[in-house]
Every structure is written in C-alpha cells, then in structure tokens.
Design a protein. Structure first.
Length: 143
C-alpha cells in the first residue's frame, strides 16, 4: 500500500475510466460493444464470498460478470459487465497517472475473462511489473 493514496471524486474516476476505454485501439473497441463498464466504491461482501475471498482481508480491483463470448449464444443480447472498484484501485495508487494505469490493467484483465481466459491463462499478464511499483506487493486482485 502506498504511503499516500489518491482520492478522486466518483465523476472524475468515471471520466478517467471512460478516457481509458476510449484510448483502446479500434479493433479492441469492436469487441466491447456488448460490455458495460460500471464503477462501485468497493466490491460487496457477496461478490467477495462468491469468489471464495475473505471480505475482512481480501479486496478486488475489478470483476467480470457475464458469459464469455466463447460460450454465448448469438441470439443472447444481454451485455457483460466489468466492475471497477474505485476505492480498491485508489488505495494502491499514489497518482492520477497510476490510477489510469490500474484502471487500464484491470479492464484488460476483466475483458480477458469476457474472451474466455481463465485466471491461470492470465498469470503471465499479472506477473508484469507495475511501472509505478516501488517493490511493495499488494493483495488486491482482479477476477
């Protein structure tokens, strides 16, 4: 956890998340037509317990809800959802730039689930160093 955490207003955080999504390449954006990105301050206890996490000790940066495109029926019109957890992200960041980085990284992680990737498939992505990292590790997760 950083010495100083950043705190954005909900509007500013959502605006920043929108900027991150808009910056994705056009070919990537085409796959987001059936994805809603929503923001909550924190994951609910239910979200954590359904994932086998301890609500007292664990948190999430993001969460994918829905059916991966690899398993969708073409007639299904229901959108998938990517949750971003604002306070969880802010707590591990020291600057607006780092918040943007974590939003991008979290959305990419969650969209990988949209494409059918498992947590095991994402291990190489998750093991990439954070350019803002000072060597401290954190226990926050994206799922």
């Amino acid at each position: 956890m950083p010495d100083e955490e950043i705190r954005l207003s909900m509007d500013d955080f959502c605006r920043l998340a929108g900027e991150v999504v808009e910056a994705f390449p056009p070919q990537f954006q085409a796959w987001m037509q059936n994805v809603v990105v929503d923001v909550r301050n924190r994951p609910t206890r239910r979200m954590l317990t359904e994932l086998g996490l301890d609500p007292e000790n664990d948190t999430l940066l993001g969460l994918f809800e829905g059916v991966p495109v690899t398993e969708q029926d073409p007639d299904d019109g229901f959108p998938n959802r990517v949750w971003l957890f604002k306070r969880s992200i802010e707590e591990i960041c020291r600057s607006r730039e780092e918040v943007a980085y974590e939003i991008r990284r979290t959305i990419i992680h969650e969209l990988a689930h949209h494409f059918g990737w498992s947590e095991e498939d994402l291990e190489a992505f998750e093991s990439q160093p954070n350019p803002f990292d000072d060597g401290d590790s954190d226990d926050a997760k994206s799922t």
